[in-house]
Design a protein around this ligand. Sequence first.
Ligand code: SAM
Length: 473
Amino acid sequence: MIYNPKSLRAEEFISHEEILATLEYAQEHKNDRELILSILEKGEQMQGITHREAAVLVTVEDPELTERMFHLARRIKEHIYGNRIVMFAPLYLSNYCINGCVYCPYHAKNKTIRRKKLSQEEIRQEVIALQDMGHKRLALETGEDPKNNPIEYVLESIKTIYGIKHKNGAIRRVNVNIAATTVENYRRLHDAGIGTYILFQETYHKENYERLHPTGPKKDYAYHTEAMDRAMQGGIDDVGLGVLFGLNNYAYDLVGLLMHAEHLDQTYGVGPHTISVPRLCPADDIDTKDFENCLPDSIFHKIVAAIRIAVPYTGMIISTRESKASREKALELGVSQISGGSRTSVGGYVHEESAEENSSQFDVSDRRTLDEIVGWLLDLGYVPSFCTACYREGRTGDRFMSLAKRGQIVNCCAPNALITLKEYLQDYASEPTKAKGVEMIRREIAKVPNPAIRERAERFLLEIEQGARDFRF
Ligand code: SAM
């Protein structure tokens, strides 16, 4: 199959032969100091590196060169994203699923998991619980089941969520992580006002993909891999990619992931809005020991750094699948968005499940509350941000990228982060978190370079103290 990044056919834009040739090239050059330094030098320009170059970096074993790579990833992260970390929570609507994914406890044959689908009233209760924690941004999750979870159910749920006004709470951005669907359905999701459409590829290796997805609609590799093209054709220009690390050789999937990003960039003029880096976790009838490709933290963090260097303007997301320690390292190396206070069970925010009830998708590693996560981020010197301004101002797709590339993040994202953090502190934070946050805002607001924007932001902060809400640049 000929490799063609602009093709609309999965097997041409994700070429197996090109990936194998890339991995061979990376093995041959993993000790080629001169080449590695030249790739790092190219990375310094913050315009990205190719999948081949990233493959070399992730294959490097020399500790000194690995440290240089980490150093560059940290610099890119700081330059482009500053110290802001965007917060979100997943909301599981239904775990009915007709697929046979061998790594996911939702698989159709699992008779031990409790199946559950939220009614619109239950969604209301879940969302109120999430609003009372302080969340403004959600990622909707469902299994794939056209009878139990048809697109109409997802659309109705989005409408319900956007419509809930409870005290000062509001969900201002709903991202959606549901199975690959048609252009028509993507158009309907777009018209319903979703933020990012997220779909994990799981693995880019076709043969292993088919083995891991033996039954159900998801087994169609091409249909799944071409989903983002259909989403773009349906008008969604913020799409989120991801690989479930642990299912396949990690270097193969890293290269596939970056080829996918290159394909979107070259075909639609805009790369992925986000990349998620989930790792396989134990779950109901899933034992990670059955998966020989599970990776240690050291390699996982190399992957995070390589992605940061390869696609500097793509946000990177990490969930509570990762432990506190692993998240801390990943934040340093490139992650810009994290979930907090997450429950992966259906209805889990209102009612915490006992082990017997079990409807959850995987075992969460980071079990801290959102307030604990916010306090922890502040201690580490980050600004937890509840900002959703870009999407609400229509700055999606290439419009967001152009803002980022013009270096306007400091005059736009930074004050927006502080304003939304202020709302969080006023409405939801514990006293110790509030004290740390107030101090952070005082320090950070002084750094906004444009004086007119700084003054406006200071005025907004005061008005928030007096009860006003929802300001943005
Ligand atoms: N059902 C949708 C689909 O077909 O893409 C997506 C929703 S699913 C709730 C979200 C993601 O959870 C999956 O894409 C998969 O990568 C991840 N996942 C499944 N089983 C997992 C496990 N045991 N550990 C960690 N993540 C898992």
